[in-house]
Design a protein around this ligand. Sequence first.
Ligand code: ZN
Length: 270
Amino acid sequence: MPELPEVETSRKGISPHLINKSVQDVVLRHTQLRWKIPQDLLSEIKGKILLSIDRRAKYLLFNFSSGTLLIHLGMSGSLQICPLDSPPKKHDHADLIFADCLLRFTDPRRFGAILWLGSTPEDSPLLSKLGPEPLSDDFTAKYLYTAAASRKLPVKQFIMDQKVVTGVGNIYATEALFRAGIKPTRSAGNISQKRYQLLVDCIKEILQQAIQQGGTTLKDFVGSDGKPGYFQQTLQIYGKTGQQCPNCENPLKSVKLAARASVYCANCQH
Ligand code: ZN
């Protein structure tokens, strides 16, 4: 599943090819994604210049003079810049056509989304309740410690709650808690501000490293074949239940939290 670093890498990969260009046409081959793609999308963006592409959480926001188009990659979605004459394949559900190239949305499992948010995107229910971006200055130990006060849920679920902080998925929550030495099942309200400082630093560091690694795949966003980079990340414990802890060599354990497997080291994480 594309996590925040992949979405940010997609944004960086496609932006230079599309910014300041106007949409000539929209081709929708399959409109039933997670929600239905609006049929009148073309009338909102035809002839309009794409001013910028932003990211909020795992949503890509295409800002036109007429309003904002949201694209979410869901479980298996990807975006690619293709030549105008490149024939669509089975899961290529939508194309935004520009003068010299097209932006192709591919999504085998169809949990992604393409939605028109109009001129007040911040009012969209998808965006209005989101917490701060993990890489922004608003995401601090003091903020997290205050938000956690008297909350009993496990800290892993707490940091994966999009209202608390956006875009920290299962992989990065698992890895950051390991680096910070915090057990995933510990109650969010039972962690000192000092330990939250370490956790905040680890979350930022891991996401930044992943975004840097993604930078090596930017060229993959252009071309008509292949799939753009869901790059290999350097993961220390995610998906490695039963294997040796990279710190202490004890076998890694796993616990289910909110139906998600959570790997941890009982010796290194408290
Ligand atoms: Zn260990």
